[in-house]
Write a protein that binds this ligand. Sequence first.
Ligand SMILES: Cc1cc2nc3c(=O)[nH]c(=O)nc-3n(C[C@H](O)[C@H](O)[C@H](O)COP(=O)(O)OP(=O)(O)OC[C@H]3O[C@@H](n4cnc5c(N)ncnc54)[C@H](O)[C@@H]3O)c2cc1C
Length: 368
Amino acid sequence: MTKDHQSGTRGSAIVVGASLAGLMSALALSRIGLRVTMLERSTRKVRTGAALPVSDGLLERLTGRRSPDGKDILPSGGQAWADVHAGLSSAAQADPGISLRSPVRVTDVGQDERSAWVVTDDGEFVRADLVVGADGHASVVRRHVVPEAPDATFSGYVIWLGLVDEREIRSRPWPSDLAILYERDYCLNAYYLPGADGSVAQGRRRIGWGWYDSGRNDLLRARGAVIDDVVQRTLRAADVPDATFDELADEAREIWPSPWREAIVDCIGRRAVIGTPIGEYLPHRLVSGRVCLVGDAAHLPSPMTGSGFDASAQDALALAEALGGNGNRGSISDALHRYEAARLDAARRLVRSGQSFNNSFAPRGAAQ
Ligand SMILES: Cc1cc2nc3c(=O)[nH]c(=O)nc-3n(C[C@H](O)[C@H](O)[C@H](O)COP(=O)(O)OP(=O)(O)OC[C@H]3O[C@@H](n4cnc5c(N)ncnc54)[C@H](O)[C@@H]3O)c2cc1C
């Protein structure tokens, strides 16, 4: 028999997924007075190497508050994924309007005229006024919102990602903060990030890198990271044969300039590398009744756009504006349609711009 927990029937929201889009949505919804329950399947948080552009005053716009001690827990500029996650998490933990339950995996979503609900993997029903799907590229909530097109499509390449303290490697600094380099069939995005202590001084920063590789799709399929045309999961270092790491290290020594070469070789030597197969999703809809999508669940652009995080922040702000901005007029469903009207075209443009890169980097016929 299933349990049925009534988490609230007025002024409440369930957010599925407590990563960046989920945390930003929860903060923005709490700001307009909704009680937010976040459900997250995973207790582990890693996204080695990815760098995210944080806009000025983002946390203040999400929460409507300045940090009480004036300390900026989410500084602007290019920030490491883990640091952005930590800043948003600590803001959410400090918010009495938000509760987080983890590990809880959502398996199904439903709604009727009076409420929306999710079903968890132990058969529990959690109910609220609306459900926000912030559950990423393989979204379960998307299956409810867009049943006719539920899956993101594999874009035909993996990104190897790593992160290293600058002081761990001997190299000359690169003249600018970012490099986007093409060699052979590869593309490398590499960047300086603040050190773990926030330092941006030369020698005390971190180096992040993402190596775009369309030549190892057989490995992704053999390891079940991509099945048919759908991305299933990220490769951990333990999934990658030593021979593949050796090939990558040899190629890095041959083709990539210093300091990125040393950073890559160091990360490979420590097996501190993950491989994320990349998918894409062009949205036609963001909303169905009381259920909506935000972040990568809503629209999945190539990371080459460098804009997935900002788009997720725009989603969170637009959602709060639609639900609470004008005195909460009309029904939840009307408000969510205002959210969709505010975000759908921009989201489609973003994904399309990423598809141009995907199509030239990994043409469909070659993406086997
Ligand atoms: C390799 C890579 C590099 C990137 N680089 C950039 C960049 O340079 N600039 C930029 O702006 N963006 C970049 N992005 C995109 C950016 O990271 C995302 O757009 C942004 O973080 C929003 O992600 P998300 O929170 O929507 O999804 P995710 O980070 O995928 O989070 C989804 C969350 O939902 C949880 N979840 C999933 N299913 C369930 C379920 N059934 N029940 C409960 N919980 C569930 C997951 O555990 C996860 O915590 C990059 C992405 C990748 C993959």
